[in-house]
Design a binder for this molecule. Structure first.
Ligand SMILES: *Cc1c(COP(=O)(O)O)cnc(C)c1O
Length: 519
């Protein structure tokens, strides 16, 4: 084991950890940094000696070595293969990360995205050569409008948070056009994802937080009391991040409109209602759709996102360029705002995340209308099954049924000395990626579990049994606190100093100064 590995605590050490001579554990290899493996002069390819050339940099040419690690090809391949095997992924097991909708990504999507006409398309190609790609964007846009019951959609945003920026900039542009730019307050429920207040702030708004009621939904009276002539919008998530449908949503829409504001809906949780509820019928003005959540496609560490924003008639004229239009010679791309629209600008180079569009449309078409409806139904069924079976061992944050995710708080850990974090670490030892922890902020020590519709009954049962067993252990074992604090035991790294990692990240490897040079 290298000095470096020892310093940050490799496999060895700690109660319950197995010591090996090599530091490896089973076929999990203790992997030094690529710089530590490198040796001067070693190289994966044969390069010819450089011919002598005249000095043209006025003496500024680098004198020392460039500092790249010298490695053979097999060393490089092994290094990155081993690192990739340390990744946890939805393809490896249950990924119950609440709010993230980590569902199975059908391989058909991948096959479609790799078709040369989609995979190799270049955004600067002449429009006449990319008619199929434009048709695909247009078709996807059509279905997004149908599914949400909204008249327009901006396709270019590259993620949910980017979609929020798009939507709030549309709202800002609409207020400016109506000479209402003095409206600078945005109402955001306490349970909102952090990107909501962050987006409002980036757009120059002040954020005014709306409290939750005892049931985890927006406190309607508190919301109404906050309305006024300076309110620009409300940003509401539905179903919300407590996994609950906002029952008063139609009344909320009426009230915000009555007060002259717009209704932004965070649509990250669309998976719970797709095919069953059209957000347009609820009175919202704009909503981003995380294609990478609701319509599958790898995300998080696994790939980019896409966050198209559906818009009401009031906001549609302000949508950013570009958009696909039906010209007389087929599809064309509108790049400038023109008659009847006042695009707030351009949000992204080119048209959006083409690969994600292909995957999302493949997902929609292979499911069909009935299949998409069933997605929402099964996602809700799975979450409620989990809630029903865990409600006695864990403590549900709010009573009653849930939508697509089950929210628990840490009351079940009271007086045990075990925290939500400890519980999550113990889950890792059991082979599970933890749920979302400490979010939403409206409940203490939150554990937010979103199983998604793609988990089988057996897979849910196994996970439930592990959670129940851990909860019972926390409550009854004499050594519970010490035992949980010691987890995880079986991971390549144990507990890291997460605060130091966030505050003082070591982003650069520096060679150890040779003893001689240091003198
Ligand atoms: C995931 C998520 C977002 C942000 O989406 P990204 O694609 O990660 O930028 C916003 N709101 C909620 C509720 C989310 O779950």
């Amino acid at each position: 084991m290298s000095e470096w590995s020892k310093a940050i605590g490799g496999f060895t050490g700690g109660k319950g950890a197995v010591e090996t001579t090599s530091g490896n554990r089973g076929l999990q290899i203790e992997e030094p940094l690529i710089f530590e493996q490198g040796q001067d002069g070693r190289c994966g390819v044969d390069l010819p000696a450089l011919p002598k050339s005249a000095e043209r940099l006025g003496g500024l040419a680098r004198k020392g070595a460039i500092g790249l690690p010298g490695l053979s090809e097999p060393q490089v391949v092994r290094h990155y293969t081993r690192l990739s095997q340390k990744n946890y992924a939805i393809d490896a097991g249950l990924y119950p990360l609440g709010s993230c909708t980590m569902k199975h990504n059908p391989r058909l999507n991948e096959k479609m995205a790799r078709l040369p006409g989609f995979g190799d398309v270049h955004p600067l190609q002449p429009v006449s050569t990319v008619q199929g790609a434009l048709e695909l964007i247009d078709t996807l846009a059509h279905w997004l409008k149908i599914m949400t019951g909204m008249p327009a959609v901006a396709m270019s945003p590259a993620a949910g948070a980017h979609g929020e920026l798009c939507g709030m900039l549309c709202i800002r542009a609409a207020h400016i056009a109506r000479k209402q730019d003095h409206r600078r307050r945005v109402l955001v429920p306490e349970s909102a994802h952090g990107t909501n207040p962050a987006t409002a702030a980036v757009c120059g708004y002040t954020v005014d937080s709306i409290p939750a009621d005892a049931e985890g939904r927006v406190d309607l009276a508190a919301f109404k009391a906050k309305l006024g002539p300076d309110v620009a919008a409300i940003m509401l998530t539905n179903p919300n991040t407590c996994g609950l449908f906002e029952r008063d949503i139609i009344e909320i829409a009426k009230a915000i409109h009555g007060a002259g504001g717009y209704f932004y809906c965070d649509g990250a949780n669309f998976n719970a209602i797709v095919g069953r509820v059209r957000p347009g019928d609820l009175g919202i003005d704009c909503m981003h759709i995380n294609l990478h959540k609701t319509f599958s496609t790898p995300h998080g560490g696994g790939g980019p996102g896409a966050g198209p924003v559906v818009l009401s008639a009031a906001l549609a004229p302000f949508a950013p360029v570009p958009w696909v239009v039906h010209g007389k010679d087929g599809y064309a791309v509108a790049e400038q705002s023109g008659a009847g629209n006042e695009a707030f600008g351009r949000l992204k180079a080119f048209h959006g995340q083409m690969g994600m569009f292909v995957r999302a449309l493949a997902y929609m078409m292979s499911h069909g209308a009935d299949g998409l409806r069933q997605v929402a139904e099964d996602a809700v069924l799975n979450a409620n099954y989990l809630m029903a079976r865990l409600k006695d061992d864990l403590t549900p944050a709010f009573p009653g049924p849930t939508m697509h995710e089950a929210l628990f708080d840490d009351r079940f850990l009271k007086d045990t000395g075990v925290t939500t974090l400890d519980f999550a670490k113990a889950l890792i030892d059991e082979g599970y990626h933890p749920m979302t922890m400490y979010f939403p902020l409206v409940v203490h020590g939150a554990l937010l579990i979103e199983p998604t519709e793609t988990e089988s009954r057996e897979s849910l049962d196994q996970f439930i049994e592990v959670c129940s067993a851990l909860a019972r252990r926390a409550k009854t074992a004499n050594d519970a606190q010490a035992w949980f604090h010691d987890a995880p035991r079986y991971t390549p790294r144990r507990r890291l100093d997460e605060t130091a990692a966030a505050r003082k990240p070591v982003l650069r490897w520096k060679p150890e100064v040779p003893a001689k040079a240091a003198e």
